[in-house]
Design a protein around this ligand. Structure first.
Ligand SMILES: Cc1cc2nc3c(=O)[nH]c(=O)nc-3n(C[C@H](O)[C@H](O)[C@H](O)COP(=O)(O)OP(=O)(O)OC[C@H]3O[C@@H](n4cnc5c(N)ncnc54)[C@H](O)[C@@H]3O)c2cc1C
Length: 321
């Protein structure tokens, strides 16, 4: 079975979008292919694209830059590249921890952050970290004249329309980059995930968080909590965030936040993942762990990430005797 007929590697955004627009329904963008090729192999795919447009050789989509105010990640940056950037560990701990649990080394070596986000699943691990970092996404559009390209930055959350569906204009748009602010002092972030114990399998629940402390280093000034999947599109737990703001870093405050999260988050029961009740229990557990890790990082300014790290296993009843 041929998954495609033609494969091209354009050297610019314009070249890619012109080819994509011309091909229309018979074209598809591809980066690492770790989602796309699996989708194309499904037996019930109605029509496979004739032309695949590989975006990974476009210079504008490559690279990771840590500037004075912002961090920029090219959409074609692989998870392996992100993990290996020492400076990102401090500036985007939650993202590095999220990328670190994606697939195995073979997947991480080719799979990109742009593909993870564009695939638009509410459990995508690097996407949850980007949401916690309040990232923006840069979208390039081929103009009506078929020659000009416009670029715009939009909040990441606006990119999602439903599970597996993004808001990019079909055949005219692609993602070029992501950016987020360099965190201020006394800021810490963390990602935690629980998955079935078979190794590379579906995650049951992931949770990304970032907190900023005030000058005393004790009181939470800002909080962003992003569990996933809890809804068809990536969703912040805003009530839980509010419950943390203004509180001192303490067991009581985190315990209260867990209770609010348990009330606020409504993950569905999934045959292949877990029941709603179990997932709510996991959100609370992951929140506690992530909050303490983030708070420690914010207070000490130090980041230690265990490596390699494939995510936490499900909780099993304790066996005694
Ligand atoms: C064994 C295995 C394990 C996995 N484990 C995990 C996991 O633990 N966590 C997780 O989150 N994911 C996991 N995945 C899914 C996948 O690896 C990631 O989502 C990955 O980041 C997808 O990136 P890619 O470059 O391979 O995307 P591709 O498959 O190339 O593309 C995915 C989609 O995005 C579109 N696209 C790609 N780049 C762009 C762009 N720049 N602009 C617009 N559209 C674009 C493509 O057209 C396609 O629709 C796993 C996959 C496999 C095969």
């Amino acid at each position: 079975m041929n998954l495609w007929e033609e494969y091209m590697m354009p050297g610019s955004v314009k070249e890619a979008l012109k080819a994509y627009t011309k091909a229309g329904e018979s074209g598809a963008l591809v980066a690492g292919g770790t989602d796309l090729f699996i989708d194309l192999k499904e037996e019930d795919v109605e029509e496979r694209p004739r032309l695949l447009i590989d975006v990974t050789a476009i210079p504008e989509l490559q690279g990771i830059e840590i500037g004075e105010t912002h961090v920029r990640l090219g959409a074609a940056a692989t998870h392996a590249e992100i993990i290996s950037q020492e400076e990102l560990r401090l500036n985007a701990t939650v993202l590095v921890e999220g990328c670190q649990v994606i697939g195995g080394p073979q997947v991480r070596n080719v799979a990109t952050i742009g593909g993870n986000v564009a695939h638009a699943l509410p459990a995508a691990d690097s996407m949850l970290g980007l949401m916690a970092l309040d990232a923006e996404v840069e979208i390039a559009t081929l103009l009506e004249d078929g020659e000009g390209i416009s670029r715009r930055w939009v909040p990441l959350a606006t990119l999602f329309a439903g599970p597996g569906t993004n808001t990019l204009v079909p055949y005219r748009e692609l993602i070029t980059s992501f950016r987020f602010e360099v965190p201020e002092e006394r800021s810490g972030s963390a990602f935690r995930r629980v998955m079935r114990p078979q190794g590379i399998a579906l995650p049951i629940m992931g949770l990304a968080c970032k907190i900023d402390l005030d000058e005393s280093g004790e009181v939470i000034k800002e909080a962003r909590i992003v569990p996933g999947p809890i809804a068809p599109v990536p969703t912040r737990a805003k009530k839980t965030e509010q419950a943390l703001i203004g509180e001192e870093v303490s067991h009581e405050a985190f315990q209260h936040a867990e209770e609010v999260a348990g009330e606020e988050c409504k993950p569905r029961t999934s045959k292949r993942r877990a029941t709603s009740e179990y997932r709510i229990m996991m959100i609370k557990r992951l929140l506690k762990k992530a909050l303490w890790a983030a708070a420690d990082r914010a207070q000490t300014g130090e980041v230690h990430i265990d490596q390699p790290f494939i995510g936490e296993r499900g909780v099993r009843p304790k066996v005694t005797g």
